[in-house]
Ligand binder design. Structure first.
Ligand code: ADP
Ligand code: MG
Length: 320
């Protein structure tokens, strides 16, 4: 199978996508945003062995490659519209490609995103880059800057699950008293992150700042604090932990995963004290837990309250 057959068979769906006047098959794609919108552009790369274990099922790789990008789009309070895919493969295996594209399009359908182009090359290692283009009303994109002293800090869902799941998959740590159900649930939290796109859109006009949790709560919240030029105190006991994580690893390890483990792809955002009620309304409407974990303060640095107050020491994932 050559490159062009590969594209035609696995990626050129033939669907007439909204806002696309030239799609896959030409030198470039041509898209038309809705009237009066700013574009938000994100890209994220998955490298086999670095971002996912080599034995990861291809369908999960496809899903995840898009979901991590949708998470960035969500953190900007944008509506995802189109994506491009740059694929480097050592060989064109039909079964792998079938499953990979099924996972990719499953994530795409959940959020109405269409594939408008890409690039396909051969290389020693599997490398997948997905770029997503989203829309926002001008001036309404949410950024990491903007949190002010007195704001409340919220996170969505539960944290630490993906790190727990990955650790079970790698059988690195963990007592392995995981039940099959807990193990399946936690590993799916790693393999198939839920991008909080609806939440991003809902907090767009309310939140003062936001970031998605890809590298770990401590690391990512610290980035938000630096971008906003503020400090924060969070309470360790308030971190939302899933039953599965607690049962499998116990409270201490679960809290460590929650603080320093990456890959959760939940949103962390801040709102003024006056707007905390509106966050409760959103939580109910989306049927998604939104937990207040601490407060923004003047100054710099992240403090963890756990009985006593301790400065956050670092942790989380860094490539270099
Ligand atoms: P060019 O040589 O002009 O860059 P290619 O011949 O590489 O274009 O690609 C042909 C068409 O297929 C282009 O429209 C490109 O966007 C699209 N394409 C290539 N690889 C992929 C892919 N993995 N997924 C989706 N579209 C792709
Ligand atoms: Mg060209």
């Amino acid at each position: 199978m050559d490159e062009f057959e590969l594209i035609r068979r696995f990626f050129r769906t033939g669907e007439q996508a909204a806002g696309v006047s030239v799609g896959i098959g030409d030198d470039g794609a041509v898209v038309t945003p809705a009237a009066q919108r700013d574009l938000v552009v994100v890209v994220d790369t998955l490298v086999e062995g670095v971002h996912y274990p080599e034995q990861t099922p291809a369908e999960h790789i496809g899903f995840r490659a898009l979901a991590v990008n949708l998470s960035d789009i969500a953190a900007m309070a944008a509506k995802p519209r189109w994506m491009t895919l740059a694929l480097t493969l050592s060989e064109a295996r039909e079964e792998w490609l079938t499953n990979f594209s099924a996972g990719l399009f499953a994530a795409a359908r959940l959020h109405g995103v269409s594939l408008i182009g890409g690039d396909t090359t051969r290389g020693d290692q599997t490398v997948i880059s997905v770029q997503v283009i989203g829309e926002v009303h001008p001036g309404t994109a949410l950024t990491r800057a903007g949190a002010g002293a007195g704001d409340a800090i919220f996170i969505s869902g539960t944290v630490g699950d993906a790190a727990g799941g990955l650790s079970l998959l790698q059988q690195k740590s963990g007592p392995n008293r995981a039940s099959d159900t807990d193990a399946a649930l936690l590993s799916l939290r790693f393999y198939r992150p839920t991008a909080r796109v609806d939440l991003g859109l809902a907090i767009g006009g309310i939140a003062t700042a936001a970031i998605d949790l890809s590298d770990g709560l401590g690391t990512d919240l610290d980035k938000l604090l630096q971008a906003s030029g503020v400090a924060a105190t969070i309470e360790r006991e308030r971190l939302p932990l899933s039953e599965s994580l607690m049962r499998t690893f116990g409270q201490e390890q679960a809290l460590a995963f929650a603080m320093d483990g990456g890959d959760d792809y939940e949103l962390c955002f801040t709102v003024t004290a006056a707007d905390t009620k509106r966050v409760e309304v959103i939580a109910q409407r989306l049927d998604l837990p939104l937990t207040r974990i601490g407060e923004i303060e003047a100054g710099s640095g992240l403090t963890i309250k756990n009985g006593q107050r301790r400065p956050w020491q670092g942790g989380g994932y860094r490539h270099f």
